[in-house]
Design a protein around this ligand. Structure first.
Ligand SMILES: C[S@@+](CC[C@H](N)C(=O)[O-])C[C@H]1O[C@@H](n2cnc3c(N)ncnc32)[C@H](O)[C@@H]1O
Ligand SMILES: O=C(O)C(=O)C[C@]1(C(=O)O)C=C[C@@H](O)C=C1
Length: 258
């Protein structure tokens, strides 16, 4: 029998997230490195309640706001799940998707996933995957920007300037879709939804150790805001309307209009 060379890595990733399964002497800060990129589809699905629904519906929402002759941005694209949804839902003349991430491990794998999508479907929007810091890049005129669980990783002082630059690039009739983990100003509400999120992770097979070590890893690098803070900041950045369209436990997604 002829032996075919093994592919360098499977295009469709089914590797389970076991990054925090063994006790660590010291839990390092969470980074989007190769280890995380390898297990990311499993990690995010088991960690973010409603993630598949949010991603698919960002595609549907984009269908309502996207305009011909414009760019659609997926900022903090990781493996390009949102980019793929945008390409499944939007078919417009002279439109393209620009996916941006500053993790080289994510960008490399994102390109492989999109290559696989290209080979499975025809007439998809063209896509460009850029390795860059979204805080340092210049945005082109855009009808749709997705920040899907990215803003929470941006240094708090940089969040409003970033949103203001996105607002300035947005065309009339366009939209920003912002998904985030939420903090709650009412202590009782915060405790309830945080405990339910832990129950969600447990139900998805994470052990108490994995949950605790992941919490230590992200607590200094991922700083969630409250819905009230998001509203205020988006208005201060120049958005005229902010509408939550999805919430599952302590994770939500908003549409912000210019
Ligand atoms: C939670 S993940 C986003 C998930 C992804 N949007 C999805 O829907 O699957 C956050 C991503 O933001 C990226 N990121 C964080 N800060 C960034 C920055 N300043 N510039 C570009 N990407 C950034 C990280 O590398 C990571 O891939
Ligand atoms: O809050 C948590 O415990 C999470 O794991 C959430 C979260 C996120 O919201 O982006 C954090 C890091 C990983 O990227 C995947 C999920």
């Amino acid at each position: 029998m002829r032996a075919f060379p093994a592919p360098r890595r499977p295009t469709v990733n089914r590797q389970p997230d076991q990054l925090f399964a063994q006790p660590l002497d010291q839990v390092p800060d969470f980074v989007f490195n190769e280890d995380v990129a390898r297990v990311f589809p499993d990690m995010i699905k088991r960690s973010v309640p409603g993630y598949p629904t949010i991603v698919e519906n960002i595609g549907m929402l984009a269908g309502q706001f996207a305009q011909p002759h414009s760019v659609l941005y997926d900022l903090g694209s990781s493996l390009g799940a949102v980019t793929q949804a945008l390409r499944r839902h939007v078919q417009l003349e002279d439109c393209r998707v620009v996916a941006v991430d500053n993790s080289s491990a994510m960008v490399e794998r994102c390109r492989e996933y999109l290559h696989a999508q290209n080979s499975m479907f025809q007439e998809l929007l063209p896509v460009e995957v850029i390795e860059a810091d979204i805080l340092a890049m210049q945005f082109q005129p855009t009808s749709l920007v997705a920040l899907n669980f990215t803003l929470q990783f941006i240094e708090p002082a940089q969040r409003q300037p970033l949103l203001a630059r996105i607002r300035q690039a947005l065309l009339p009739g366009g939209a920003l879709i912002l998904s985030e983990k939420l903090r709650f100003e009412d202590d009782g509400q915060h405790a309830l939804l945080t405990n339910l999120h832990v129950a969600f992770k447990r139900a998805n097979g994470y052990s108490e150790l994995e949950i605790a070590q992941k919490r230590s890893a992200i607590e200094n690098v991922m700083l969630p805001d409250s819905l009230e803070q998001h509203r205020e900041r988006l208005h201060a950045a120049g958005f005229s309307k902010v509408v939550p369209w999805f919430q599952c436990l302590n994770f939500a997604s908003l549409v912000a209009l210019p």
